[in-house]
Write a protein that binds this ligand. Structure first.
Ligand code: AHR
Length: 337
């Protein structure tokens, strides 16, 4: 019975959405040339994705693909930029030429977006920025939804301060290896700033970054870079790795160098199921969460725009920090595998 009721309400929502889409003043006045490519009343959304560099990214892509379906009233045009901003800009231009109804961009890096966003604006196509921010004037996009990366970094630092205090280690001098994400990405800039500020500020003279290098958010590069770093620095106390995939690579590198990674404090970002399990197994100490499940939230934004609603310029995901105290409870809800 419950199932039947659920199916009936889903059908009502879908038909309300398609009716709204076909008569939407927002869609027709902002983009008179736009014609949904199939199904007549579907809303066509072009999604310029970063790439497929990480478990987080796979979960993010799946979240868009499973939400933006014809059954939900959408026609999704998906583009994978393979971490190359030029490819991403070309994809956005292609969406403009096709006359899509909405464009969603997860910008590889924060800079370099003015020209193409102005082109989208001139074509009357609303742009939503998701996952990572773009450094552009506010009139060039409708809204941003995604992580607050500097806050994630600050949360990770607060966790470390608490951990050191609990273990009577607050006065220890610590050597950090810092694996950065793609240089210039909002996620890298914010997480790096949090650590740099802590090292230069409250922990100056005690915390030292012995190596700071990009692993480009991939496991392979994380391992390669960590292996190179360990050739010159074996006295490592903390690894601050800006995503889970690089963390997996760094742990492999530590093991290959004959260093017991459980003696090193390992801080990661994202919160893949695998990383949460690794906390339980004692391989990772802390993960600052970054939520990839943005597809339905971007869908809600589009529905609100179709209804003529005004949106806040920024909506940050609500994110937590996981360690041995709460990893077990979170494991069933963690994304990915
Ligand atoms: O922008 C979010 C970041 O991008 C995630 O932390 C990382 O895993 C991904 O590649």
């Amino acid at each position: 019975m419950n199932k039947l009721l659920n199916l009936m309400s889903a059908a009502i929502i879908v038909s309300a959405l398609t009716a709204c889409a076909s008569s939407s003043p927002a869609a027709s006045s902002q983009n008179p040339a736009a014609q949904p490519e199939s199904g007549g009343s579907l809303i066509t959304v072009g999604f310029a994705q970063v790439g497929a560099e990480s478990g987080w990214r796979t979960a993010n892509t799946d979240s868009f693909k499973s939400y933006f379906t014809e059954a939900n009233g959408f026609n999704l045009i998906f583009s994978d930029a393979q971490q190359d901003q030029n490819k991403q800009i070309a994809a956005v231009r292609d969406f403009i030429t096709q006359g899509v109804d909405y464009i969603d961009i997860a910008p590889v890096t924060t800079t370099g977006w003015e020209t193409v966003l102005q082109e989208a604006k001139d074509a009357g196509i609303p742009v939503i920025i998701s996952d990572r921010k773009a450094d552009v004037a506010e009139d060039l996009y409708v809204t941003y939804i995604g992580g607050n990366f500097e806050q994630e970094g600050k949360d990770a630092i607060s966790w470390l301060e608490g951990y050191l205090a609990e273990n009577n280690r607050s006065d220890e001098a610590l050597n950090f290896v810092h694996l950065q994400g793609t240089i210039g990405a909002d996620a890298q800039i914010g997480r790096t700033k949090a650590l740099d500020d802590a090292v230069a500020g409250a922990h100056a003279g005690k915390w030292t970054i012995v190596a700071q290098q990009t692993g480009e958010f991939t496991e392979a590069k994380g391992q390669e870079v960590m292996e190179a770093i360990l050739k010159n620095n074996t006295d490592v106390h903390v690894v601050y790795s800006e995503n889970d995939d690089m963390t997996y690579g760094a742990i492999t590198a530590l093991k290959n160098a004959g260093i017991n990674h459980k003696d090193v404090i390992i801080i990661s970002f994202d919160g893949n199921k695998k990383a949460i399990q690794m906390i339980i197994d004692g391989d990772i100490d802390c993960v600052a969460e970054c939520n990839p499940l943005l597809g339905p939230q971007v869908g809600d934004i589009i529905k609100k725009l179709e209804n003529g609603e005004t949106l806040p310029k920024i909506t940050y995901s609500v994110e937590s920090v996981y360690d041995i105290k709460n990893a077990e409870a979170h494991l069933p809800d963690a994304f990915g595998s």
